[in-house]
Design a protein around this ligand. Structure first.
Ligand SMILES: Nc1ncnc2c1ncn2[C@@H]1O[C@H](COP(=O)(O)OP(=O)(O)OP(=O)(O)O)[C@@H](O)[C@H]1O
Ligand SMILES: [Mg+2]
Length: 536
C-alpha cells in the first residue's frame, strides 16, 4: 500500500493512506525513513518518524509494511552495538561511514555468519511450541533455537552442523520450516508460562547496594539523582560487575562520548564471575543525545525485547537504562507534536501507565520450555533540579522495588556512590535475608543492624554537635562519630576507578565487620579508662 505525505512538522508526519493500523511500521519519503503510526483518522494517519526528517517534502510517497515495529531475535545479538531501531552501528559504519544516512536499512543480524548447530531433537520426534529444537554456541552461551507458537508436529528433518541465521533449523512433516531467527514486535511483552516471586540476590559488587539495599534477580531499581551525582558511573559499574548472565545496556539520550568510552572499556575488561570478556555478555542499545529524539522512545522497547529473548532461554538478564528521564522527554516531545492534552509538567497523561507497562516486563519467569529466567532492571532517572517530586521519579517509584537516591550533597563531598543511606530503600531486603544468612554468614543480619544503628546515631549526634560543639559530647559519642566516619569513608565509599570498584559479598561483610569489631573493642577500652586519643 502506498500513500503520500500531506504535512510535516519536525519528526511528525501526516500522511494520506487508507488501511493503516495503529503502531504499524511505515517507510516515509523517497529516503524510506522508518516511522510508526501513532494516530489514526479516517484515511489519514500521523506517523512518528524515527530518523532525521531534514529535506523531507510533502507529496513524497509513504509505504505501509503491514507489520509493527519489530526487532530480529537470533544468534549474533551478544556483543552487538545497536541504535534505537536495532540497526547494527558497527556494520553500518563499515557500510556507509561514520554518519548514518537516513533511511539506511541494514539487517540487525549477520546473515552470512556460520553457526554450529547442535540438534537436541531427532527426525521423527514430535515438537510443540516452546520446545527447544537445538542450540548454537554464541560465545560461551548456549543459544537455544526454540519453536514459535505456530510449530506443532513431527520433525521430518533437523539441521546438524554449520548453519546461518537464514536457516532453517528443521522442518515438520507438513513442510513447515523452523526458522533460526524471528521478528518480534517491540511493544508486545514476550509471553512466559508464569511469573515467580524474586528470591535470589543480584550481587552488584557495590557495597552500599549489596549490604544495605540488596537487589534481587528479576527486581527493578531506580537511581534518581541530580546533575553529576554519579548515575552513569554507577550504572556502568553495575553493568560490569553484576552477577547475571547477560547485560543489555540502553544509553538513552545521554552523552555519546560516555558510550564510546564504555565500549572501549568493555572490550578490554573481563567480568569477575566468568572471566570472559565483558562485551561477550553485553548488548548495547545506543541512542545518545545527538541521535534522533523519536527513536529514543523506541530504543528502550528494542532493548527490553532483546533482554526478554535471552530470559526466555533461561538466562538471568539485566537491563540498564541511562536515563529513563530522557525517554520520558522523548515521549513528551512526541505527545506535544500530536497536540495531545498535556498532563503534569507537560508529560502526556499516559506517562505513568506507559512507564509501568515497561517496568512490568521485568521479573522472574518460568518459560515455555520449563526453564527459569529473570529480567532485572536498573533505571537511572535525571529529575530536573534534583526535584524528586517530579512526575517521572514519582511514576517510577510506584512500580519499582528498590529506590537508590543519589544525593547531591554527598556527590559534592566526593562521597561516591552518592547513595543516601537514609532515604533509599529496597523492598527485596526481607526476602533476600535468609539467602545471605545461609550462603554468606549467619551474622549478616546482626552486622547490618549494627551498621545501621551507628549511622543513625551519628545523624542525631551531628545535630547535637552543631549546637554544643564537639567538646560538649562524651568520649563514647566521639568514638561513635569516629566509627561512623570509618563506615562512610572506607565502607560506603567505593571508587569506581580503582580495584575497589568490585566488592564480593564476603569482602563486603568482613570490611564492615572489622569496623564494628573495632568499635566494640574500643568501647570496652574506654570503660577500662584508656584515653580516646590513644585508642584511635
Ligand atoms: N563511584 C565513583 N567513583 C569515583 N568517582 C565517581 C564515582 N561516581 C561518580 N564519580 C565522579 O562523578 C562524576 C559524575 O558522574 P556521572 O557522569 O556518572 O554523573 P551523572 O549523574 O551521570 O551526571 P549527568 O546528570 O550529567 O548525567 C564522574 O565524572 C566522576 O568523576
Ligand atoms: Mg550521566
Amino acid at each position: 500500500m502506498t500513500g503520500n505525505i500531506t504535512g510535516i512538522s519536525g519528526p511528525t508526519v501526516r500522511v494520506a493512506l487508507k488501511g493503516l493500523r495503529l503502531y504499524e511500521r511505515v517507510y516515509v519519503g523517497n529516503a524510506m525513513l522508518t516511522g510508526e503510526v501513532v494516530k489514526l483518522e479516517e484515511n489519514r494517519a500521523v506517523v512518528q518518524v524515527y530518523e532525521d526528517t531534514h529535506g523531507l517534502a510533502p507529496d513524497e510517497p509513504v509505504q505501509a509494511t503491514g507489520t509493527p515495529l519489530a526487532v530480529s531475535l537470533g544468534p549474533g545479538l551478544l556483543s552487538g552495538i545497536f541504535d534505537g531501531l536495532q540497526r547494527p552501528l558497527e556494520r553500518l559504519r563499515d557500510d556507509s561511514g561514520p554518519f548514518i544516512r537516513s533511511g539506511k536499512e541494514i539487517y540487525a543480524l549477520d546473515r552470512f555468519r556460520q553457526w554450529r548447530f547442535h540438534p537436541l531433537k531427532n527426525k521423527g520426534d514430535h515438537i510443540s511450541p516452546g520446545e527447544i529444537l537445538g542450540y548454537v554456541e554464541e560465545g560461551h552461551f548456549r543459544h537455544n533455537i526454540t519453536c514459535g507458537s505456530d510449530i506443532n508436529g513431527s520433525l521430518s528433518w533437523v539441521a546438524d552442523g554449520e548453519i546461518t541465521i537464514e536457516g532453517p533449523a528443521g522442518a515438520l512433516a507438513d513442510g513447515k520450516e523452523i526458522p533460526v531467527y524471528h521478528e518480534w514486535p517491540v511493544r508486545v511483552p514476550r509471553p512466559y508460562r508464569r511469573k515467580i516471586a524474586p528470591s535470589q540476590p543480584l550481587v552488584t559488587g557495590q557495597r552500599t547496594i549489596d549490604f544495605l539495599f540488596p537487589f534481587s534477580k528479576g527486581g527493578t531499581a531506580i537511581l534518581p539523582g541530580g546533575f553529576g551525582t554519579g548515575k552513569t558511573i554507577l550504572e556502568q559499574s553495575i553493568a560490569k560487575f553484576a552477577d547475571v548472565d547477560i547485560v543489555v545496556y540502553a544509553g538513552c539520550g545521554e552523552r555519546g562520548n560516555e558510550m564510546a568510552e564504555m565500549i572501549e572499556e568493555f572490550q578490554m575488561l573481563r567480568d569477575p564471575w566468568t572471566r570472559s570478556r565483558l562485551m561477550e555478555r553485553t548488548v548495547l542499545v545506543i541512542n545518545t543525545s545527538n541521535m534522533p529524539v523519536a527513536a529514543r522512545e523506541a530504543s528502550i522497547y528494542t532493548a527490553v525485547t532483546m533482554a526478554e529473548y535471552y530470559r526466555d532461554m533461561g538466562y538471568h538478564v539485566l537491563l540498564l537504562a541511562d536515563s529513563i528521564s530522557r525517554w520520558a522527554e522523548a515521549l513528551r516531545e512526541i505527545s506535544s507534536s500530536l497536540e495531545e492534552m498535556p498532563g503534569e509538567e507537560g508529560y502526556p497523561t499516559y506517562l505513568a501507565s506507559r512507564l509501568s507497562g515497561f517496568i512490568e516486563r521485568a521479573g522472574v519467569v518460568e518459560t515455555f520450555s520449563g526453564k527459569t529466567g529473570s529480567l532485572s532492571m536498573v533505571l537511572s532517572v535525571s529529575p530536573p533540579g534534583g526535584d524528586f517530586t517530579e512526575p517521572v521519579t514519582q511514576s517510577c517509584l510506584r512500580t519499582t522495588g528498590t529506590f537508590l537516591m543519589l544525593d547531591t550533597s554527598l556527590a559534592h563531598r566526593r562521597h561516591f556512590p552518592a547513595i543516601n543511606w537514609f532515604q533509599s530503600y529496597s523492598l527485596y531486603a526481607g526476602e533476600l535475608l535468609p539467602h545471605y544468612k545461609e550462603n554468606i554468614s549467619p551474622e549478616w543480619e546482626d552486622v547490618q543492624r549494627g551498621c545501621g544503628e551507628i549511622l543513625r546515631k551519628e545523624e542525631t549526634l551531628r545535630e547535637v554537635v552543631e549546637i554544643i560543639g564537639i567538646e560538649g559530647i562524651q568520649d563514647q559519642d566521639r568514638l561513635l562519630l569516629h566509627a561512623a566516619e570509618m563506615i562512610r569513608s572506607t565502607f560506603l565509599c567505593q571508587n569506581a576507578y580503582t580495584d575497589d570498584a568490585f566488592s564480593p559479598l564476603e569482602k563486603t561483610l568482613s570490611a564492615v565487620k572489622k569496623i564494628l569489631d573495632f568499635h566494640k573493642e574500643a568501647e570496652k577500652k574506654l570503660t577500662q579508662g584508656v584515653a580516646l586519643r590513644e585508642i584511635i
